[in-house]
Design a protein around this ligand. Structure first.
Ligand code: GAR
Length: 328
């Protein structure tokens, strides 16, 4: 069974949402109580995120009904009988149609394909009922009890290719009581989860941009291009195509207060056009030679990464040997 309900059929833009708020798609497989906690957190006027989609691999997930009642578009499609990568492409398309800028996994009990993880790199969080790095995977509560731990808890982390790995952004410790069972412990940890997730997500999307995560994402885009390599140049990570630079990554370069990249354009006319069209995004790069370089800001909440990838590709084309560039 599959179904799309709510206004997610048409492509959406940032303008559809409340100005400046991150647009979060929440993925669930069942009860969805963490999703509900995020939905209620987003109702506060000062919350820096809104929930634009609740999607599930389980059309019977109880959380879907709650999301619908709250007026949130839902997407439900069973993964059964589908290859992981095919299924993930389907759910990825629904998330992108909803105009999401971030993904929050909330009891989403499916392993994700590398392509899906890659596509949301640095923009996907997960909540896990243990104090990571302890007890990755399932049965976390029983494993904590079996180990004789006195403290358990929950963690929110950035999702990377490894299961329940990736930088931990926040944790809450929960004391283990004499006589606790896996169930009583899980019930108490769940209370802590509900408090933790919204706060960490808000800090993540609303706080200052994390340069390390931005660099990770830029690097993934750049190094996926043929003949691309990375080295340090003038103290910043730089990327070259067959030895010719096409991208510099800068974090507060000479105190300019921005996380940005410098990419190549066709020259003066294009530089001026870009800066005129979006002066918040583009600027003249400081401390870099003439000939077509432009600075592109990355520390914007509503950054369109497809656009960043296009710019990086265009810049790569300026640098790559023609025979190789023609292959793409
Ligand atoms: C939560 O305890 C969450 O931490 C856990 O599943 C439960 C979902 O409950 N997630 C994992 O174990 C992921 N590895 P919910 O559907 O009521 O939010």
């Amino acid at each position: 069974m599959s179904g799309v309900r709510g206004p997610i059929g048409a492509p959406r833009t940032m303008a559809d949402g409340k100005a400046g708020r991150a647009r979060v798609a929440v993925l669930i497989s069942g009860r969805g109580s963490n999703m509900a906690a995020l939905v209620y957190a987003a109702k506060q006027a000062d919350c820096p995120f809104e929930i634009v989609l609740v999607a599930s691999n389980n059309p019977e997930a109880a959380g879907l009904q709650l999301a619908e009642a709250e007026g949130i578009p839902t997407f439900a499609h069973s993964h059964k009988g589908m290859k992981r990568a095919d299924y993930d492409r389907l759910i990825d398309a629904a998330i992108r149609r909803a105009g999401a800028t971030h993904v929050a996994l909330a009891g989403y009990m499916r392993l994700l394909s590398p392509e899906f993880v890659e596509g949301w790199q640095g923009r996907m969080l997960n909540i896990h009922p243990s104090l990571l790095p302890r007890y990755k995977g399932l049965d976390t509560h029983q494993r904590a009890l079996d180990a004789g731990d006195r403290v358990a808890g929950c963690s929110v982390h950035v999702v990377t290719a490894e299961l329940d790995d990736g930088p931990v952004l926040g944790q809450t410790e929960v004391a283990i009581l004499d006589g606790d069972t896996a169930q009583t412990l899980a019930d108490r940890i769940l209370i802590a989860e509900h408090q933790l997730y919204g706060r960490v997500l808000a800090a993540f999307v609303g706080g200052p941009a994390n340069p390390a995560l931005l660099l990770e994402r830029v690097r993934a885009i750049a190094l996926a291009l043929p003949v691309a390599s990375e080295k340090m140049s003038h103290g910043v990570p730089a990327f070259a195509a067959a030895g010719k630079m096409f991208l510099y990554f800068r974090n507060n370069h000479h105190g300019d207060g921005m996380v940005s990249i410098c990419v190549k354009t066709t020259g003066r006319e294009e530089q001026e056009m870009l800066i005129d069209t979006d002066p918040d995004l583009y600027s003249w790069p400081s401390y870099i030679g003439p000939s077509g370089w432009i600075a592109m800001r990355l520390d914007r909440r509503d950054l369109d990464w497809d656009h960043v990838a296009d710019r990086i590709l265009t810049s790569w084309r300026h640098a790559a040997p023609r025979a190789i560039s023609a292959l793409l």
